[in-house]
Design a protein around this ligand. Structure first.
Ligand SMILES: *Cc1c(COP(=O)(O)O)cnc(C)c1O
Length: 715
């Protein structure tokens, strides 16, 4: 008996060691079944779950939940998944196997138990890697391991955000130290003008993709450098520059040290834009090429994705700082300070211009893209200065619209609806429009039952977390009690969750509280709102917005009807995107490059109500959701905000609320569900990350590698 349990424990540990469990519903339910309470309290962490489990507990749950055969089946399926040769990647893009794509990103949002992401960019990187794995597109990923992760959020009794930093202990994560040829932990060494910097490398298995995370917390470094990778987006400019040195230059060196020769470099955002410089240096060393020749060669194999038109999203450094960190690399490249700085400047000879990582990335990549059609246009306009004399439409920045990883974001209750309605193998054919057409035949009752169960699940979650947190922060007992019966499955539920960056305008719907009161407390057609989100620790404007939402949620008119959930992360995100009726998105156009949370809502049968910005500008067809206004912009943001606030109220009052409460004799909202079906049919196939990665592979990776997509009629 004893050895049986040890064997089961080993198998579970093996299952937890590949992050593929994080998008396998059955694997998650196996880990949950070991101890459901601890699973929730421990943040859905298999390693922690197993470590805390006594042998006796394991034996009991193994018997109660039939774990032995379930785990065996999962391991078998997983082994099959790793070997699958029939996916899109091996069939169409198999030629890339000669040299993988090296995908660089400062953050990866793979699962809430590995908090090395802050928001949309990280979640997108995670989704990209997962789809590359599912499709079998040869790709390795490179990032940083943040020992203090991204923060955990707490509000005080006034609603002001406070941050605590978790400890990301690599030993307690599904990470393995990469070893060198002698079996010692691999070390990467970088020299700067202020001394050497060293790093170790951790490897995570994300399905079929290997993710390498550099970690400066090694004995060879001094105290300060050991803390270099302590926090994501923390510290001062010097720390940021040194992190980016580690990510870009260190990342290329790490791949080299492991014998990985990428065919293509993909810089996901400008943080990693130093990478091509190191790749050029290697090429010069290996083949004795000159700097310009080597740079051209590397640039032809480099893809750059820009993610925001917001100025704060583009790293800028003082040139002195760049020389301080990159000086020795510059020496090796044999170029002058002027030539190095010129690479990060729009006007090479302007000594007053700072060094911009986006400019560097655009100059060192021959293929660049924005993340939606509109963002592509905005980016071309923004960067015409780099191609003087060229008409805007000829600026070489294209677009690939973001998508989301279906198995990560689709809730089981809706997955069951699709299993019934869609053709066999629909998941693997998710990027084809035909796959989704049969959704139009699903009857109202089936759809509504699934939707209601997801909404009830979210409401249970809110009713558990909100009063608990209110009591913890010492709020009045009457508030806590009201929160125990917050929201209601009978009422229209609108969700808003994202980073509280000011351009996302979380406060827009609170602009006119009288009018909101009449909507929320309408006697026949009430409306409820649930908010969540984090503000950057240094963004007092974002924190003030959170506080405003918090205070409205404590206004007697709104208690239990407007709720602010503490601690937005991927777990809270999954609950919200699957449980709400409507997802509200009201950024100041055109500042939302894409946005992806609304795409998660589509998969789960909710409807989007959004400003036509980012992905929604190309997604909305008049019948598959709701539009707030028609995309007007104004030079004065205050004017634009005021107009949009009015348009938002108008959309809610005139369209969203009436449609939701328009019921047939069975109490079903027939026309609403028609819109849900249309949303699923027209949007699911386009805005998933399988489609996105296929677009990257066919449109950018293969051409960058000098290869072509296989025409599968010839296979
Ligand atoms: C999907 C997601 C985001 C991205 O949301 P946007 O709509 O792009 O703002 C941010 N954070 C988390 C936790 C997410 O799951």
């Amino acid at each position: 008996m004893q050895s049986d349990d040890q064997e089961l424990r080993d198998k579970l540990a093996r299952l937890g060691k590949n992050l593929a469990w994080a998008w396998d519903a059955e694997a998650q339910s196996v880990f949950r079944d070991l101890d459901p309470v601890r699973w929730e309290e421990g943040g859905h962490d298999p390693t922690a779950q197993l470590a805390a489990l006594t042998d006796a507990d394991l034996e009991t749950s193994a018997r109660a939940h039939d774990l032995h055969p379930r785990v065996d089946r999962l391991l078998l399926e997983h082994a099959h998944y790793l070997e699958r040769r029939t996916d899109w990647g091996p069939v169409r893009a198999g030629v890339l196997a000669g040299g993988p794509v090296a995908y660089f990103s400062a953050e990866f949002g793979l699962h809430e138990s590995l908090p090395i992401y802050s928001g949309g960019l990280g979640v997108l990187s995670g989704d990209h890697v997962k789809s590359a794995s599912d499709l079998g597109v040869p790709l390795v990923a490179v990032g940083l391991l943040y020992a203090g992760g991204y923060f955990t959020q707490h509000f005080d009794e006034t609603g002001w955000q406070h941050e605590t930093y978790p400890t990301v202990d690599p030993e307690l994560q599904p990470l393995t130290a990469v070893l060198d040829a002698d079996g010692e932990p691999l070390r990467i060494h970088l020299s700067t003008r202020e001394g050497d910097l060293h790093a170790g490398v951790w490897e995570a298995h994300v399905g079929r993709v290997r993710l390498f995370l550099l970690d400066s917390d090694v004995l060879e470094n001094d105290e300060q450098d050991r803390g270099l990778t302590a926090r994501l987006y923390g510290g001062d400019r010097r720390m940021r520059a040194r992190q980016e040195l580690l990510l870009g230059v260190g990342g290329v060196r790490a791949l080299h040290a492991m014998g990985i020769r990428p065919a293509v470099f993909h810089l996901n955002e400008g943080h990693s834009a130093f990478a091509p410089l190191e790749a050029a240096r290697e090429l010069m060393e290996r083949e004795g090429r000159g700097f310009h020749d080597a740079c051209f060669e590397v640039a032809s194999r480099t893809v750059f994705t820009t993610h925001t038109p917001v100025p704060a999203g583009h790293d800028r450094f003082d040139p002195g700082l760049v020389e301080q960190q990159l000086g020795p690399l510059r020496d090796a490249l044999g170029i002058s300070e002027h030539d190095l700085f010129a690479l990060g400047r729009v006007r090479p000879d302007d000594g007053g211009e700072s060094f911009c990582m986006t400019v560097l990335a655009l100059k060192l990549s021959h293929r660049a893209n924005g993340v939606s059609a509109l963002h592509g246009r905005v980016s071309r306009k923004m960067w015409t200065c780099l191609w003087p004399g060229r008409p805007e439409q000829d600026v070489p920045i294209g677009h690939i619209t973001n998508g989301v990883h279906l198995p990560t974001w689709l809730a089981p209750a809706m997955a069951r609806v699709y299993d019934e309605a869609l053709p066999l193998g629909w998941r693997r054919a998710q990027a084809e429009p035909e796959t989704w057409a049969p959704i139009e035949q699903v009857d109202d009752r089936t759809l509504w039952t699934a939707r209601t169960s997801l909404k009830e699940e979210l409401i249970r979650f809110v009713r558990h977390r909100s009063p608990e947190r209110a009591r913890k922060r010492g709020e009045d007992e009457s508030v806590a009690e009201a929160l125990e019966s917050a929201l209601s499955a009978d009422r229209l539920l609108i969700g808003f969750a994202r980073r509280f960056a000011t351009y996302k305008r979380a406060g827009l719907v609170l602009d006119d509280l009288e009018r909101l009161d009449s909507l929320v407390n309408h006697p026949q057609r009430p409306l409820t709102l649930v908010f969540a989100g984090k503000a950057h620790p240094k963004d007092d404007g974002g924190k003030a917005l959170l506080q405003r939402v918090f205070q409205v949620s404590r206004d007697p008119r709104f208690v239990g009807k407007v709720v602010l959930l503490e601690g937005y992360d991927m777990a809270v995100g999954r609950k919200l995107v699957s449980g709400v009726d409507v997802w509200l998105n009201n950024p100041r156009r055109p500042l939302e490059a894409s946005g992806t949370s609304g795409q998660k809502v589509v998969l789960n049968g909710g409807l989007n109500c959004s400003i036509p910005d980012g992905w929604w500008a190309e997604a909305y067809d008049g019948h598959n959701g709701f539009s707030i206004g028609t995309g007007g912009v104004h030079m004065d943001p205050a004017v634009q905000d005021a107009r949009d606030a009015v348009d938002l109220m108008h959309a809610l009052e005139e369209e969203v609320v009436p449609l939701y409460y328009d019921r047939d004799q069975h109490g079903l909202p027939h026309r609403w569900l028609g819109r849900v079906r249309r949303s699923i049919a027209t949007l699911s196939w386009r805005f998933n990350s399988d489609r996105m990665v296929r677009d990257y592979a066919a449109g950018l990776y293969l051409p960058a590698a000098g290869l072509k997509l296989a025409d599968f009629r010839h296979l």
